[in-house]
Design a protein around this ligand. Structure first.
Ligand code: C2E
Ligand code: MG
Ligand code: MG
Length: 329
């Protein structure tokens, strides 16, 4: 450990190993490239580890580079879209907001899951520009809809680690709000614990600067990361989104206890709770009973294309459960 002014720092190493046949002279220069590829693989899996070069690493690296180039192309040529999933008040069935979710129609592979292309956008640094596009598109869209709605709804936008790490976020948010004219309290930003953990002080500082504009934060996928109470207190968030894996197990004995514990803990910290991935009416009913006020999931609606949100906005009827009441607009 190195003792620096701000405390101890530990240096880790990532090692890539490639073998070379001493008689094969052609391979002598290639071996460094192979070892380097293996080292990057070691870093990708979290660092502080060792990887041995395998032939398919070249193929996989090429595929990643190609996909990143296609993604940049999509960003520049209007090939990215947003889908909107309603977030529902579990007490009266009203839609309180929408989560904006990125969609990419790959020219050859068809619709690709963000779970697959966002990591590539993160590794290539492209996520910062994509994140800005998402912010501008979502705020503009909501501002447009908001003019036709009688109630106030918000849009929830996912933010990537590098938007915070590069300090790009404050400027991006300011520009998006300025261009769209959207009121800041109509914008919610979703961050995950793992995206804040590398530089907690820097992240908290960025978040506070964004909050000073009047924008709120939610902690996404809660329960899957560190789920540390001390972090929860330190991060300037207003909302906790309970991960789908907990809602899946809400009717298992331990699952019930965990969901209730999270809801109660959030309540004592004066945080709102959104339950993610509600697929069944009895899950919604239990959540409501446990005091969870908000939820989203396929049970209510899948993420919708823009036109469907606009078309549905007046008559967005929610399925009625044993304890749910439908309130039309
Ligand atoms: P997330 O932010 O936790 O978003 C919720 C995911 O769960 C979405 O997947 C949504 O379609 C899915 N989902 C919602 N309700 C249900 C349900 O009832 N059942 C099931 N099985 N799934 C449900 P999606 O759209 O594939 O996005 C995956 C992840 O990709 C997101 O997880 C988020 O981490 C990331 N992502 C999406 N859009 C963006 C973006 O614009 N920027 C960044 N940085 N990340 C994004
Ligand atoms: Mg999210
Ligand atoms: Mg989530």
């Amino acid at each position: 450990p190195f003792e620096l002014d701000d405390g101890p720092h530990v240096v880790h190493g990532s090692v890539g190993i490639a073998e070379v046949d001493e008689h094969d002279e052609h391979r002598h220069s290639a071996v460094f490239r192979d070892a380097e590829l293996a080292m990057y693989q070691a870093k990708r899996v979290g660092g502080n580890s060792i990887e041995i070069f395998a032939r398919d690493m070249h193929e996989r690296a090429r595929a990643r580079v190609e996909l990143a180039a296609q993604l940049r192309d999509a960003l520049e040529s209007g090939g990215l879209h947003l889908a909107y999933q309603p977030i529902v008040d579990l007490v009266d069935g009203r839609v309180v907001g929408y989560e904006a979710l990125l969609r990419w129609q790959h020219p050859v592979r068809g619709p690709m899951s963000p779970a697959e292309f966002i990591p590539i956008a993160e590794q290539s640094g492209l996520i910062v520009d994509i994140g800005e596009w998402v912010l501008r598109t979502a705020t503009k869209q909501l501002a447009e809809w908001q003019g036709t709605w009688q109630d106030q709804r918000y849009v929830s936008v996912n933010v990537a680690a590098s938007q915070l790490a590069t300090r790009a976020l404050v400027g991006q948010v300011r520009r998006a709000l300025g261009e769209s004219g959207l009121a800041p309290e109509r914008l919610l930003l979703e961050v995950t614990e793992s995206s804040l953990i590398d530089d907690i002080d820097g992240s908290v500082e960025q978040m506070q600067a964004v909050r000073a504009l009047g924008v709120r934060f939610a902690l996404d996928d809660f329960g899957t990361g560190y789920s540390s109470l001390s972090y929860l207190r330190r991060f300037p968030v207003d909302i906790v989104k309970v991960d789908k894996s907990f809602i899946d197990e809400i009717h298992e004995p331990d699952g019930t206890l965990l969901v209730r514990a999270i809801i109660n803990m959030a309540a004592s910290l004066r945080l709102s709770v959104v339950a993610e991935g509600i697929e069944a009416i009895d899950q919604a009913a239990s959540l409501q009973q446990f005091g969870c006020h908000l939820g989203q999931g396929y049970h209510f609606s899948r993420p919708m294309p823009v036109d469907d949100v606009a078309a549905n906005q007046r008559t967005f009827a929610l399925p009625v459960g044993p304890t749910l009441r439908v309130v039309g607009e």
